[in-house]
Design a protein around this ligand. Structure first.
Ligand SMILES: *[C@@H]1O[C@H](CO)[C@@H](O)[C@H](O)[C@H]1NC(C)=O
Length: 112
């Protein structure tokens, strides 16, 4: 689980987190990058979240979802396979997701 706060994002413009374990098997790990993009016309905060994650199969993508707190809402989400490798005994697939969120207030939220 990853705890996030918009206030932290405002002062540290890029926060890199290594995600060491999740419930998903076939998941090797990855990173998440937050970039505040200022305010939306309605005053809410706009934040880009970029995930780079590696899996043993391209079809088993871990979907992060907000599990508590001030979740905000998705403006858009785009995923793409950026790299892959396989041989007889090993599969590896790198996926990248760019998600733009709209967050109403400065309270914390959680991703899982
Ligand atoms: C397959 O690739 C992995 C990762 O690079 C490597 O450790 C392993 O030795 C390779 N196996 C074969 C059979 O080439």
């Amino acid at each position: 689980m990853v705890h996030c706060g918009v206030l932290t994002m405002m002062y540290i413009s890029v926060l890199l987190l290594l995600v060491s374990s999740t419930s998903a098997s076939h998941y090797y790990g990855g990173s998440m990058t937050f970039t505040p993009k200022g305010h939306n016309p309605d005053g809410s905060l706009r934040v880009d979240v970029r995930y780079k994650e590696a899996y043993s199969y391209c079809s088993t993508q871990h979907v992060w979802f907000c599990s508590g707190g001030n979740c905000g809402s998705d403006i858009r989400s785009v995923s793409a396979q950026v790299d892959s490798y396989s041989n007889f005994s090993y599969n590896w697939c790198q996926m990248e997701t760019l998600r733009t969120l709209s967050i109403a207030t400065d309270s914390p939220f959680q991703l899982r």
